[in-house]
Ligand binder design. Sequence first.
Ligand SMILES: Nc1ncnc2c1ncn2[C@@H]1O[C@H](COP(=O)(O)OP(=O)(O)OP(=O)(O)O)[C@@H](O)[C@H]1O
Ligand SMILES: [Mg+2]
Length: 367
Amino acid sequence: MHLQTLSLQNFRSYISLSIAFPPGGALLEGLNGVGKTNILEGIHMLCTGRSQRGASRAEMISHGQEAAFLEGGFCPSSPGGAMATASLGFSRDKKVAMKIDGEAVGSYSEWFGERPAVSFGTDDLGLVYGAPDGRRKFLDMLISQIDRAYLDALSSYRRAMACRNALLGRTGDPVQFEIYEQAMAESASKIVFRRVGAIEELRPAVSEIYGEISNHSEPAAVEYLQKFKCDFSCAQEWQNIYLKSLVERRPRDAELLYTGVGPHRDDLRFLLGGRAAKAYASQGQCRSFALALKLGSVRLIERHRGGGMIFLVDDAVSELDHERTSRVYPLLEGRGQIFIATPKCQFALGGGVLRCAVEDGKVVIAG
Ligand SMILES: Nc1ncnc2c1ncn2[C@@H]1O[C@H](COP(=O)(O)OP(=O)(O)OP(=O)(O)O)[C@@H](O)[C@H]1O
Ligand SMILES: [Mg+2]
């Protein structure tokens, strides 16, 4: 699948932009602040409904405008498949309209995964150094692209937890708590087991890719860290123990005014040479690790959904030393449509990539 046409209206710095892309993708070159990342963000929104830099929908609507509208024409990888038009509109008063070929799409789980996309950016380093929230988002985004039921479980869990949190400090009525805690435990067990399974699949890929990028300098590993510690052999057992812990925690959570255990507090641990990367690894090693995580997630999506995804590369590898950079590009090339945003391209690109010069609000095809 590749993006053939993109249209942005009142989106970030673009009041109106229409552009066509070849299956190979595009290189977006231009000075700082001209709107290169905005284009990648528009594509990411059309693929996942989310901004790759964590922006809210309101932030993405052009200043002074009330609503943004994005449309993408996506061609399937298989010959003869029909082109699909995905459109997304959102307004400052929080209305959202998602359509595929003009038909309304009711939920994000229907939107996710049909147009798989993986973004690579300088912010990826935050995966290693940043707060657990960024690592959970990375994992949730990855699993949502390969498993629709996962996003439904996440939504149910968040809804039930919001209801439980609203009760905390207001009532001690066990009947009211039980309803939401039961719903939380059911979806939490699905989430945790899916995450543990995804990490099991991701671990060998990350280890192998890190080895390729770093010339096999030190072994890399990923672990899923549960805040809620329990020995369990099956999802039902885990669910029962978690439910019991929610009941026991009610007085403590009532003081905190939030739920203190569950998948929303879990984390990932990254190890290099058996030690925590965050604490001991160099910047370059952490950058390579972040890249290996993203490339590993590409392998996972390919395994589950087939090839032909969209890669959004935002200055991701230019800060790596030359030796590592030269190993990274061959790992992406030929695996999908690549969009690269950079002030100045410092590496040789394969054929079939459209060269574009981005200037304020305009994209000029450079050949
Ligand atoms: N909601 C918005 N409405 C209008 N303009 C916006 C909006 N949000 C951001 N911008 C503008 O978009 C520009 C930044 O675009 P973008 O982040 O795509 O730059 P860039 O080309 O990727 O730059 P760099 O090379 O520094 O990463 C800024 O000029 C900013 O003021
Ligand atoms: Mg940018």
